[in-house]
Design a protein around this ligand. Structure first.
Ligand SMILES: *Cc1c(COP(=O)(O)O)cnc(C)c1O
Length: 430
């Protein structure tokens, strides 16, 4: 499979090169040159297939022959070693719980897949690659855990100081080994800009081979298609159309859902739920793409005002704004509204995290406005324990501490503080 740069000024590359490079030399995101829908027989028999087999069929065409079939199957088996339950919350509304992996956020899937692809491609090589990643909270932990101890790969994580939760910080600063955390005096967008600048900087040539593990990397982005298929497998028996509501920040997750739709998965509509960083919902409403300054919210993994993956979504809808609007609706919520929704869900017997709550609120807003009787699914993107500091006390007191979080709490944070790109560069050239 070939990948082209969405900026269209770089050469097409293989899956391997796209994974290793992350971003194209012209700063464009890589995008598959062809997308072939899956056979109708696949959808007819999906409920008889294992998640591993479904995932293999979904990703196969995007990897091509660059990873041998058995190796790819082994990678998938290793990546997907946890469940993806679809939990009924009320009539026609389900939570797709994506937090049953090691760091309890959906990013485990992409991070684990990418780590294993990179390790596969690096087996024959002498020099380690350095994975450079900016995180607004959950990416860092998922990448740290996904790459921990992976041979031939060093990981450098940039995170905005004071803007991630205590548990998130523990997850990315306490592992050691091949994982290093840099604490940036700034916002997530600052971190992301620094990472982008590093990729363009020629001074690392011969010193370090850099790659990214943000959702701009195709090996993190594409496996996120899997759980949209797993959901269909579980809900198909109801014979109703599906609407997915995705709490969105960098728009990688929802973009993977739209890819799944391109592959033939019958999805009626997508909803992007955001916090006050609402560039995309505003765009969908007004037609104007205005990037405001990022504001800090209680759903911090979505504190992004210039979402990297939106350009891929536009590509999937042929850069046709009308088509985009028909398929995608956006809603934005304040922190107060998010807290209210957490209470509302709690009264229904479901404890969500702030991101999932936004997904739920957006789903309800859409379905009621349309008088729509579809089955709604909101993505519960992280376990609420990860956001204890901002959860209402009367709800959080009932959350049990999962084992994989409990073990972190006594570990010691290790990070290096930096203020700007020069700080990052000094570290990388050391
Ligand atoms: C990363 C993250 C999001 C946003 O996902 P995108 O793919 O960046 O849109 C939402 N919720 C949680 C909990 C996250 O960690």
């Amino acid at each position: 499979m070939e990948y082209y740069s969405l900026n269209k000024k770089s050469k097409n590359v293989s899956f391997e090169d796209a994974v290793i490079k992350g971003l194209a030399p012209d700063r464009g995101l890589y995008f598959p040159s062809e997308i072939t829908p899956l056979n109708s027989s696949f959808f007819e028999s999906i409920e008889t297939m294992s998640n591993h087999d479904i995932a293999y069929h979904v990703i196969e065409q995007f990897v091509g022959n660059e990873i041998p079939k058995d190796d790819l199957k082994a990678i998938i088996k290793d990546v997907l070693n946890f469940d993806f339950p679809v939990v009924n919350v009320e009539d026609n509304i389900h939570a797709l719980e994506l937090y049953h992996g090691p760091t309890m956020a959906f990013k485990d899937v992409g991070a684990r897949f990418m780590a294993r692809c990179l390790a596969h491609f690096n087996k024959q090589k002498q020099n380690p690659v350095t994975v450079l990643v900016a995180t607004s909270g959950d990416t860092g932990g998922a990448v740290a855990s996904g790459f921990l101890g992976v041979k031939g790969v060093d990981v450098v994580i940039l995170y905005p100081s004071g803007k991630v939760s205590d548990i998130q910080e523990k997850q990315l600063t306490t592992l050691g080994q091949n994982i290093k955390a840099l604490e940036v005096n700034g916002t997530f967008d600052d971190c992301q800009d620094m990472v982008k600048e590093a990729f363009l900087d020629q001074d690392y040539k011969g010193v370090r081979a850099l790659t990214s593990a943000n959702s701009i990397n195709i090996a993190r982005w594409l496996p996120q298609m899997f759980y949209f298929f797993f959901t269909y497998k579980q809900l198909k028996k109801h014979n109703k159309s599906l609407v997915f509501s995705v709490p969105s920040g960098n728009y990688g997750n929802i973009c993977a859902g739209i890819m799944a739709q391109k592959l033939g998965l019958p999805i009626q509509h997508f909803i992007a739920g955001t916090n006050k960083n609402n560039t995309v919902p505003n765009y969908l409403n007004t037609g104007e793409y205005v990037i405001n300054k990022t504001v800090a919210t209680i759903s911090n993994a979505m504190d992004v005002s210039n979402p990297s993956n939106f350009i891929r979504i536009e590509a999937l809808y042929n850069n046709n704004f009308e088509l985009l609007k028909e398929n995608l609706t956006g809603f934005s919520y304040t922190d107060e509204e998010t807290i209210e929704t957490l209470h509302e869900l709690n009264q229904k017997g479901y404890i969500a995290d702030p991101h999932g709550a936004i997904g739920y609120a957006a789903l309800k807003a859409y379905l009621s406005k349309q008088n729509n009787t579809a089955q709604g699914v909101f993505l519960e993107t992280a376990h609420p324990i990860k956001f204890l500091d901002v959860m209402p006390k009367d709800i959080s007191k009932n959350i049990e501490m999962p084992q994989q979080i409990a073990v972190l709490m006594d570990r010691k944070k290790e990070s290096l503080k930096i203020n700007n790109y020069a700080g990052l560069k000094t570290f990388l050239l050391k």
